[in-house]
Ligand binder design. Structure first.
Ligand SMILES: [Zn+2]
Ligand SMILES: [Zn+2]
Length: 247
């Protein structure tokens, strides 16, 4: 299994792409997409064009942590691409998309939804008072989505092979401070946790601080993280230069 990081930015940092990643199966024939913010569909289209890889048709499930634009904003376009151009359906997971998709898509495009992927566990988090938000767990990968409280104390964090957790350098009412995140878990949990969802101003400092505090590191756009069975993840390559937007 491996993770392919499609973006690492906060809500107003399209320069790094919206926080999102693919979880590929062993032979790269199927992927699950974690979050699909407003940069993700154009990023995938461009990645296919420049690399010659087939990616969009291999996405079997899209799991959405919450309905902020930087986490769901291009899902309608991705679904329309799959159903109208490729005649193939997609499963969903995480937050309920029924009302959202009814507002933005034709009933024809909505028939491209193939029900809910029950393999994905949704765990409620604390982000915005008036918006449901979930951490998502799939086959040993735990993703925080946006949350103002650490999820590193969950039993899923113990069981996870790899954790992707949002973090910022300072306090903010809807997000997690990296210092408090580090205090919320023992070193073995931190060692398999990558931080994500940062701004251009924070990037250099958060990459440094993540290492100092004992995290695996801060994710970068285009990064591929290999997740061997029952082992801590190791970074095997960066396929795209840090921080460059490719569309
Ligand atoms: Zn966000
Ligand atoms: Zn959010």
């Amino acid at each position: 299994m491996k993770l392919e990081i499609l973006g690492t930015g906060g809500g107003n940092t399209p320069e790094y792409g919206n926080t999102s990643f693919l979880i590929w199966n062993e032979n790269d024939s199927e992927a699950l997409l974690m979050d699909c913010g407003y940069t993700v569909y154009p990023y995938l289209k461009n990645l296919e064009a420049v690399s010659g890889r087939e990616i969009i048709s291999k996405i079997k499930t899209v799991a959405i942590s919450h309905l902020h634009d930087d986490h769901v904003g291009s899902f309608g376009a991705l679904l329309t691409h799959r159903w109208l151009l490729q005649k193939s359906k997609i499963k969903t997971a995480g937050v309920s998309l029924d009302d959202y998709l009814r507002l933005i898509l034709s009933s024809h495009a909505r028939t491209g939804i193939d029900g809910i992927d029950k393999r994905v566990l949704s765990i409620p988090t604390s982000h915005e008072d008036d918006m449901p938000s979930y951490a998502l767990y799939f086959e040993g990968v735990l993703y925080s989505g946006d949350t103002n409280k650490s999820i590193l104390g969950l039993s899923e964090a113990k069981n996870a092979k790899i954790i992707i957790h949002e973090a910022r350098l300072n306090d903010f009412y809807t997000h997690t401070n990296i210092e408090k995140l580090a205090q919320s878990a023992p070193s073995d949990i931190l060692a398999k946790t990558w931080v994500i969802h940062y701004s251009t101003k924070m990037r250099d400092k958060i990459q440094l601080r993540a290492k100092e505090l004992g995290f695996a590191g801060a994710c970068s756009q285009g990064q591929i993280i290999d997740v061997p069975n029952n082992m801590y993840p190791t970074l095997i390559r960066n396929s795209i230069t840090n921080g460059k937007q490719h569309f």
